[in-house]
Design a protein around this ligand. Structure first.
Ligand SMILES: Nc1ncnc2c1ncn2[C@@H]1O[C@H](COP(=O)(O)OP(=O)(O)OP(=O)(O)O)[C@@H](O)[C@H]1O
Length: 263
């Protein structure tokens, strides 16, 4: 459904330096929760921005549902770490904004916005001002806004990176609930190894810059959570701990100087 074929990306401002992404090929199956994980600065956000259509492809091909990605489009919704909500609009109007821009009549767009706010647990909060909300609530509004336009793919760049540990865990559960309820394809960038192992059906490990895919893991811990197994029970399974350690070892294998520091 989402297909990258030998894509490379470099930035004009960095002429003469190595490309950021180098020949990345990736197939993201419909309905998957694909997580991109890799060392800081390796190009995870660049890869997500390429899929979002914010960054042009220098070589190779990128397609969503068979259509070449030529720029941003309604088939891809984006949630950033920094919630990017408009402070002069209330919660409902923020969520309804993309529909307003598409020309959807008021009653219809408000109904869709209410439905998606209920999905992220914000029913009754529709008329609150953005500045009154906690960080976790703001991210919920951002997710509702991205989903209200009914994209095929939800792209999330470090969506929980700025939240405290407890809120972050709650947001992981919320994301799994939304994923299960909507059946959307999700591509998420994170620095959190445990978060990546817990959430993903496909975990994609990227190398240091220029980013290449070094390993992929097929996982199902998130699916087990939506099937009813408590998150804490999953995260203490020997199998979960072993996978997390394996992923960490694979990352450290790319960072020999950090291993020496830790010794
Ligand atoms: N618009 C831009 N112009 C020039 N260089 C850029 C631009 N965006 C990113 N870069 C460079 O590309 C490289 C990869 O950045 P990117 O943000 O994609 O990595 P990342 O893996 O998401 O980083 P982090 O883990 O720190 O969030 C960095 O060296 C960065 O300086």
């Amino acid at each position: 459904m989402l297909e990258l074929d030998q894509v490379s990306v470099g930035y004009a401002a960095e002429a003469g330096t190595a490309p950021v992404l180098d020949g990345i090929s990736l197939q993201v199956p419909a309905g998957s929760l694909t997580v991109l994980l890799g060392p800081s600065g390796c190009g995870k956000s660049s890869l997500l921005n390429l899929i979002a259509g914010f960054v042009p492809v220098h070589s190779g091909h990128a397609r969503v549902a068979g259509r070449p990605i030529k720029g941003p489009g309604a088939d891809r919704g984006v949630v950033f770490q920094d919630d990017a909500l408009l402070p002069w609009l209330d919660v409902l109007d923020n969520v309804a904004l993309p529909l307003r821009l598409k020309g959807v009549p008021r009653a219809q767009r408000e109904e869709r916005a209410r439905l998606h706010l209920a999905l992220v647990g914000l029913q009754g909060q529709e008329r609150r001002a953005i500045w009154e909300l906690s960080g976790g609530m703001r991210q919920r509004v951002g997710i509702a806004r991205a989903l209200a336009a009914d994209p095929q793919v939800l792209l999330m760049d470090e969506p929980f990176g700025a939240l405290d540990a407890l809120t972050r865990e709650r947001m992981q559960l919320l994301l799994l609930k939304v994923w299960h309820a909507t059946g959307k394809t999700i591509v998420l960038v994170t620095h959190g190894v445990e978060e990546a192992v817990f959430l993903s059906t496909d975990l994609v490990l990227l190398s240091r810059r220029p980013a290449r895919i070094t390993r992929r893991y097929a996982l199902d811990f998130g699916r087990r959570q939506v099937a009813g197994v408590p998150a804490r029970a999953i995260k203490s399974l020997p199998e979960f701990v072993a996978t997390r350690e394996q992923v960490l070892a694979d990352i450290y294998a790319q960072e020999p100087e950090q291993l020496e520091d830790a010794a």
